[in-house]
Design a protein around this ligand. Structure first.
Ligand SMILES: Cc1cc2nc3c(=O)[nH]c(=O)nc-3n(C[C@H](O)[C@H](O)[C@H](O)COP(=O)(O)O)c2cc1C
Length: 215
């Protein structure tokens, strides 16, 4: 099989990234870009982001998760702590997050260090989820091999019976991570591949150094 994609070419014509307009703290720019993405016509799940970790097998692995909160401190997502990514993070908490908003011709690349959030914060978010999702968290030994789809459906049906009219607690193997950024790159597509790339790097003084990169 062969499919040549060399003719796939798009010109990026949107707004430039101007040094004078940049805030000192990249989280401010992240918030601005996130809101613009969220309001962009036709955008679905502006909060879908890729998370790359270094696996126990030594390979990087990237998967999509949903960004559920951002604060001055970092970026929070929820998952199974015993999943492949959970085990990878336990061994090496350095992650790379990427958000790509095609319509806006923008991507944001975040390098950061993951930490489990406090259990009460995970409880709070778990509590806000629909019962189906709560049981789904219990049913899934995320990333483990399963014999058949039927086994999974049976497990869920059993859980539905067990928890009928009962509070569903948060499994202790499920919760949030906060990724505290050490660098954030904002990429804005520009004509003729002369893209704007602005890199913020956290200094020991906790100030952010801002630089512009070649496209
Ligand atoms: C749009 C989308 C959103 C997802 N959101 C999450 C999420 O918030 N948390 C999560 O654990 N997995 C989420 N997943 C599934 C992950 O991509 C992945 O399959 C799962 O976390 C297992 O990854 P692992 O085996 O590398 O640990 C999502 C997948 C997609 C396509």
């Amino acid at each position: 099989m062969e499919k040549d994609l060399s003719d796939y070419r798009k010109s990026y014509e949107r707004n430039p990234l101007i040094r004078e307009d940049l805030p000192e703290n990249p989280m401010e720019l992240f918030q601005k870009w996130f809101f613009e993405a969220d309001e962009f016509e036709g955008m679905e799940e502006a909060n879908a982001m890729s998370v790359s970790s270094i696996g126990l097998d030594g390979f990087p692995k990237t998967r999509i998760v949903l960004l559920k909160k951002f604060t001055w401190e970092g970026f929070i997502f929820y998952t199974n702590y015993m999943s492949e990514k959970g085990r990878a993070i336990a061994a090496n908490p350095n992650l790379c997050l990427n958000l790509f908003w095609q319509g806006l011709e923008r991507q944001i690349i975040i390098k950061g260090v993951a930490e489990k959030i406090a259990p009460n914060l995970s409880d709070g978010y778990f509590e806000s989820r629909p019962d189906g999702s709560k049981l789904g968290a219990w049913a899934s030994d995320q990333s483990q091999e399963i014999q058949s789809r039927e086994d999974l459906d049976k497990k869920l049906m059993q859980l539905e019976k067990d928890y009928k009219n009962k509070e569903i607690p948060r499994p202790d193997f499920w919760g949030g991570y906060i990724v505290k950024p050490v660098s954030i790159e904002f990429w804005q597509g520009r004509p003729n591949r002369m893209h704007d790339r602005i890199l913020y790097v956290l200094q020991e003084t906790y100030e952010w150094k801002i630089s512009r990169l070649h496209p």
